[in-house]
Design a protein. Structure first.
Length: 79
């Protein structure tokens, strides 16, 4: 009868791992430009345009970290 307990323990462990990961590595490469910050044309390498998705930084906040930031902002506003 260890099934449900083990499942919840695994779920908890995954949540802890995820929280640690977003705490240590809050940024990830932009999926849109693959971390380049610009989109390059295959046929003409000189032709590039800014990535609007990451605003030229090539990095994106992880979803979990964005929620975290928002919660912190709310917390600060309440003070
Ligand atoms: Zn991008």
């Amino acid at each position: 009868m260890r099934g449900p307990l083990t499942a919840s323990a695994i779920a908890l462990a995954l949540i802890v791992i995820y929280v640690v990961r977003i705490a240590l590595f809050p940024l990830k490469d932009c999926w849109c430009c693959k971390g380049q910050g610009v989109h390059r044309s295959e046929s003409n390498p000189k032709h590039s345009r800014r990535c609007w998705w990451c605003k030229n930084t090539g990095k994106r906040w992880r979803i979990g970290r964005r929620i975290w930031n928002r919660m912190r902002q709310k917390h600060r506003a309440a003070d």
